[in-house]
Design a protein around this ligand. Structure first.
Ligand SMILES: NC(=O)C1=CN([C@@H]2O[C@H](COP(=O)(O)OP(=O)(O)OC[C@H]3O[C@@H](n4cnc5c(N)ncnc54)[C@H](OP(=O)(O)O)[C@@H]3O)[C@@H](O)[C@H]2O)C=CC1
Ligand SMILES: O=C1O[C@H](COP(=O)(O)O)[C@@H](O)[C@H](O)[C@H]1O
Length: 498
């Protein structure tokens, strides 16, 4: 993963006036500039179809950065960033209009083209770049998720881009791969022999991956209703996290070594189809309720809602990985909107001790748990049993469950936790693909998800309602309860928006 390619580049942001660019990408570029991580010779070229002067664009960028970072801008950082900004109006579906932008880019340096646009025009952008004769080996393209709607449509998009760029030039974003705590999964697993040697079916009973959101669909009915929680979260973020937890040790931290191992996990996922979906999946849709004491509407009462929608806003799945390491170890996945709090964690439940020496104080010794808090309150916690200090006359040893707790904000209080997009934008500028998803991974993930969605569709059953502000439909509790297990519950959670 080591890379010293810190060199000037032309960073071209297609869709610079859109929601993602305003909320995430431009604020992340500001933070990178603040940390002196954008080469002084680089420039940032915003592209959209609206007529704007450079000054108007710069003003919009400044307003958005202030709004979405919530910071008063550092004058020196802003001046450096402002001097790098340029705006070009391009109608991205018209190849002739790309000439407008050739005079702004330097053919002798790396060009990063970030496609923050609907995926339906990724192919048009590639064609336009070709028409303007600015494609060569130094161009990198960044593709936003979701890549397609299913396997077939993702193949079409991937093919369209592959006509112009080879896989080494393509950076597919999954912003979970830029989260510090997700990256830490690699460190935790492979830099600590205590975990590395206990990471399989001999030691682990089951794994839970939960990504709960307290927000609803944030005014994105059009996009979300077409996608649903399965395509929006499971196909990408949850399966990427699962792959990092379950993969074999890669030979090195090079991009393809890691991606080869993740792909093997995705290929080993046991198919869920019409024959087994009802015992292995639960889907839900929120109805009105209360989140953080505030009344919120149900999914079908959201603005622009189609009352007949059967789109799922919650998914729980029991996934199984058919390989040597994970035989018999369920991976329970759960994600939903309008849950009581925004909280994501991976919980590894180790197996119980084979024999209980402490029956007098603990009839059932609880299993050790490794809790990896992805967000918020990022950290790692191990639940252990220990002796309660003190003397007694009974001859028994009193035990107590305790936590070994590493909180990132306490342990690294001098370090700011960077937003995932900051990390990913930096990596693409450095030309490191390790944190980006390869085409075969995306397609394999779609393959698994498509089969579940087809089974749901053929069943013709609606999603199970759950009240906003709860942890999802009752059946999701049953998914674990029928196997004598229960979902991990974080304590002291504070509801928090996006
Ligand atoms: N928003 C989010 O939170 C997330 C978004 N994504 C993905 O990021 C991508 C962008 O999403 P988002 O920002 O929400 O989308 P928006 O619709 O808000 O923005 C799209 C941008 O693309 C430009 N655009 C669209 N069509 C054309 C065209 N024919 N010619 C020129 N410009 C065009 C628009 O320009 P103009 O403003 O001038 O009309 C606008 O700047 C999508 O692929 C989405 O799935 C992924 C994760 C989260
Ligand atoms: O990609 C997406 O992710 C967000 C959740 O991301 P997080 O970093 O806030 O956990 C989700 O709300 C959105 O619907 C989805 O498109």
């Amino acid at each position: 993963m080591l890379n010293t390619n810190f060199e000037p580049c032309d960073f071209v942001l297609f869709g610079t006036l859109g929601d993602l660019a305003r909320r995430k990408l431009l604020p992340s570029l500001y933070q990178l500039e603040k940390a002196n991580l954008i080469h002084e010779g680089s420039q940032i070229i915003g592209v959209a179809r609206t007529e704007l002067s450079k000054d108007e664009y710069i003003k919009q960028v400044k307003d958005n950065i202030e709004k979405f970072t919530g910071e008063t801008l550092c004058p020196d950082t802003w001046t450096r960033l402002e001097n790098k900004l340029e705006y070009v109006k391009v109608d991205m579906v018209n190849p002739d209009s790309y000439q407008a932008f050739t005079s702004h880019v330097d053919p002798d340096r790396v060009m990063v083209c970030y496609f923050a646009t609907p995926p339906s025009i990724f192919g048009d952008i590639c064609r336009g770049l070709k028409a303007a004769d600015i494609i060569d080996d130094t161009v990198r393209v960044v593709l936003e998720k979701p890549i397609g709607h299913d396997l077939a449509s993702s193949k079409i998009i991937n093919e369209q881009v592959a006509e112009y760029f080879n896989e080494k030039q393509i950076y597919r974003i999954d912003h979970y791969l830029g989260k510090e705590t997700v990256l830490n999964l690699i460190a935790l697993r492979f830099a600590n022999s205590i975990f590395a040697t206990n990471w399989d079916h001999n030691s682990i009973d089951h794994v839970q991956i939960s990504v709960a959101e307290s927000v609803g669909i944030e005014g994105r009915w059009g996009y979300f209703d077409d996608a649903g929680q399965m395509r929006d979260m499971v196909q990408n973020h949850l399966l990427q996290v699962l792959s990092l937890i379950a993969m074999e040790p890669p030979a090195t931290l090079d991009a393809d070594d890691i991606r080869d191992e993740k792909l093997k996990v995705l290929k080993a996922l046991r198919p869920i189809d019409q024959s087994n979906f009802s015992t292995n999946t639960v889907r839900g849709q929120y109805i009105g309720g209360f989140v953080a004491g505030q009344e919120v509407p149900g999914y079908l009462e959201e603005p622009d809602a189609n009352q007949a929608s059967r789109t799922e806003t919650f998914v729980a799945i029991k996934a199984e990985i058919d390989n040597w390491r994970w035989a018999g170890v369920p991976f329970y996945l759960r994600t939903g909107k309008r849950m009581p709090a925004k909280t994501s964690e991976v919980v590894i439940y180790f197996k119980r001790q084979p024999h209980n020496l402490f029956k007098d104080s603990f009839a059932n010794l609880p299993p050790n748990k490794l809790v990896i808090r992805l967000q918020p309150d990022e950290g790692v916690e191990v639940t252990v049993m220990n002796k309660v200090p003190g003397l007694n006359t009974s001859g028994s040893m009193d035990l107590q469950k305790s936590q070994l707790n590493l909180s990132f904000s306490e342990a690294f209080s001098d370090e700011r936790i960077a937003d995932a997009y900051e990390k990913l934008l930096l990596e693409v500028m450095l030309g490191n693909q390790a944190l980006f998803v390869r085409r075969d991974e995306v397609e394999q993930a779609w393959n698994w998800v498509d089969s579940i969605m087809a089974a749901w569709q053929s069943s013709n059953e609606p999603p199970e309602p759950y009240q906003a502000g709860t942890w999802g439909p009752v059946d999701s509790i049953g998914l674990l309860a029928k196997e004598g297990r229960s979902w991990f519950q974080q304590k002291n959670l504070k509801p928090k928006g996006k």
